[in-house]
Design a protein around this ligand. Structure first.
Ligand code: IPM
Ligand code: MN
Length: 359
């Protein structure tokens, strides 16, 4: 298969972890005889520094002319406590999601067997956890009108959803449930928010078209508790942009580290693959960040193009590497390895098929 992949490493640890994800894709291309072509683009704080724009036109064009996008992380602490900043790195990511119509962000929360005892939660609670979060990604409070009163004492963020925005992701979530355990949990705050009441109405209506799928509904405050108390009750979680952002970080506690969680952002035309973690500025350039979230994002990319055998080979190589305790310090502070060493071990497992098969 021929694929053109836009690579947007971004800021902080983005470039280090994306380098390993690209190396993995190159190993897959070599072993399975595919042609993957990579082209890098600027996004985030690095893009602001070089061009003044967190999403330069050239980057957007690169994404639009590629089959898939591999994204690292964006953000820079120098903007975090600076309300005066007119342009922010995060705008690059939000614009990219919007411009490419990536309305569904799919975030797997799946316990990785060799790491089951790394979670702060008890083994018997998390064992078997396999959740797929469907987070709406191009609407809600992230994109509604923002205002600050002239005297700077009143701030507004509007949370707006249209029926169509809810419908399209709901169909994806129910279709996914049909290939899994036939259960969708809608998470909202319908006791308070008008937008949540619309979500409920629309989702309940669509649920009728998928009679095999059971729909459950939880309020967000209860859902955050349930996810820790009994994560095994969930199959698909369907939720809005902000609640999905929060729930997926919470999910990383179940799996053991946010450095392990990947995501796919899809729409009708484009697809982007990104770890759910941020830029981890304290680790930048230190070769200590976990590359597995980025590598698993590349795995989701492979799955997206039907390259399931390839994706499974990478998954096995990751498990093998973890089994041998070749891990970064977020997994084991006593005995750990560098970002590049973990990536290289995964790459050689892929290339050395025998070892993977023998696993
Ligand atoms: C994520 C991130 C982003 C988000 C930030 C960087 C804008 O936290 O992908 O989860 O909130 O969507
Ligand atoms: Mn987030």
């Amino acid at each position: 298969m021929n694929l053109k992949i836009a690579v947007l490493p971004g800021d902080g640890i983005g470039p280090e972890v994306i380098k390993q994800a690209v190396a993995v894709l190159k190993a897959v291309a070599e072993f399975y005889n595919h042609t993957f072509e990579f082209e890098e683009g600027l996004v985030g704080a690095v893009a602001i520094n070089k061009t003044g724009n967190p999403l330069p036109e050239a980057t957007l064009n690169l994404c639009k002319s590629s089959d898939a996008i591999l994204f690292g992380a964006i953000g820079d602490p120098k903007y975090d406590n600076n309300p005066e900043a007119k342009v922010r790195p995060e705008q690059g990511l939000l614009q990219l999601r919007k411009e490419l119509g990536l309305f569904a962000n799919i975030r797997p929360i799946k316990v990785i067997t060799p790491l089951i005892d790394k979670s702060p939660l008890k083994r018997n609670i998390i064992e078997g956890t396999d959740i797929l979060i469907y987070r709406e990604l191009t609407g809600g409070i992230y994109y509604g009108e923002k205002k600050l009163s002239e005297d700077g004492t009143v701030a507004t963020d509007i949370c707006e959803y249209s029926q169509i925005e809810i419908e399209r992701i709901t169909h994806l979530a129910f279709k996914a449930a049909q290939t899994r355990r036939n259960k969708v949990t809608l998470v909202d705050k319908a006791n308070v928010l008008e937008s949540s009441r619309l979500w409920r109405k629309v989702v309940k209506e669509i649920a009728k078209k998928y009679p095999k799928v059971t729909l459950n509904i939880l309020y967000i405050d209860n859902a955050v508790k349930q996810m820790i108390l009994n994560p095994n009750q969930f199959d698909i979680i369907l939720t809005d942009n902000l609640f999905g952002d929060v729930l997926s970080d919470e999910g990383s506690v179940i799996v053991g580290s946010i450095g392990l969680l990947a995501s796919a952002s899809v729409g009708t035309k484009y697809a982007m693959f990104e770890p759910i973690h941020g830029t981890y500025p304290q680790a930048k350039g230190k070769n200590i960040a976990n590359p597995i979230a980025a590598i698993l994002s590349a795995v989701m990319l492979l799955d997206n193009f039907g390259l399931n055998e390839e994706a499974n080979a990478v998954r096995k190589a990751i498990e093998l590497t973890l089994e041998h305790n070749i891990v970064t310090q977020d997994i084991n502070v006593v005995r750990n390895f560098g970002t590049d060493h973990v990536g290289e071990t995964i790459v050689s497992s892929i290339l050395n098929n025998e070892e993977v098969n023998g696993y």
